[in-house]
Design a protein around this ligand. Sequence first.
Ligand SMILES: *Cc1c(COP(=O)(O)O)cnc(C)c1O
Length: 406
Amino acid sequence: MKSFIDYSTAEKIMKEYGSPVFVYSEKILRERCRELMTAFGGKLQPSYSVKANTNLSLLRIIHQEGLKADSMSPGEIYLLEKAGFKPKEIFYISNNVSPEEMQFAINRGILVSVDSLSQLEQYGQINQGGEVAVRFNPGIGAGHNKKVITGGEKTKFGIQAEFWPEVLVLLEKYNLKLVGVNQHIGSLFLEAGPYVEAAENLLNLVEAHFPGVDFVDFGGGFGVPYKEGESRLDFKELTDLISPVLDNFVKNYDNKKVHFKCEPGRYVVAESCSILGKVTSIKENYSQNYVGTDIGFNVIMRPILYDSYHEIKVLGGGISKTVCDGPVNVVGNICESGDILAHDRDIGSVRIGDIIEIMTAGAYVYSMSSNYNCRLKPAEVLIKEDGSIIKIRKQDSFENLLQNFE
Ligand SMILES: *Cc1c(COP(=O)(O)O)cnc(C)c1O
């Protein structure tokens, strides 16, 4: 896996912005956006699912590239507005939210998707005669870990397809116009099959029972390779499979202007970022080798939360005489034994003081980071297309830790 950062750039960035630090590539981010805008022969409008990464500077770039946006909370809506997204470009996919949260979106003219009959009832009560979208669960799921499979029979999301008559009753009761139907089967799949099958299921449901909708949204979940040698999701195959399904649907559907959407989060941002950190210690404990770093799970939760794999590169720069070779456990500085970045992995020879790079860290990393152990969240910097380096978020300071106390 090729990195977009060389040693001298890494050293320069860490001198100025500290360690650890998130480094983003504007070039890769824009490439991924463009790839998505032209994938599917332009038949699926991509809406960036912002929970993957909400850095304001990145949101502005994504907006410039023409993606719309999906949000999961009022906070995300607030940030999207600050980044320049217009209400019509924002979709609020709600899950178990209060009437106040729905009202927050309604007041701004942002379309809300509801994902249960009781939430549809709640929405009808506060926005009688309004427009709404409904999230269905097509009975199919996919993803890299059971925590992120969001479709299928064992998840909390969406309305079971068989409950469509109850949906119709509620739409009529509150005079709601159903403008869109959406779903999301899960996160990080690298095979086209389940996505297309779930899309077909949803389209069958819409065709049979919901005439006149403006859009059908098939969700996100497009995976990226995290491991050396893993193959990429084949958008051409996905396009070839889904295209005839869409054409067929339009042929039989009453609203010929119906359009289609997808909701990529990870695919947009994951590969545009690496975390740089430092090796702070090396030790052997009961015949296991540990490489200690300043990258704890306050910085990157994915390994402890999902057992996720991230490539780790040793960029060098260490001056100590302590060298470690062979399989090691790469660990962070948090006081929990689960604070492990990599198990039993051969990362080449390592010295104390070396700069290490955690790759593919743009999605669900900073947005899930925390101040656990009262650690300060790192800075984020962007390598612009012209090669210049700018700060896009400050590192936390001790004042951040005091901020909300009375
Ligand atoms: C998280 C989420 C997405 C994005 O998933 P990715 O795997 O990041 O593409 C899309 N839609 C919904 C409803 C989500 O919750």
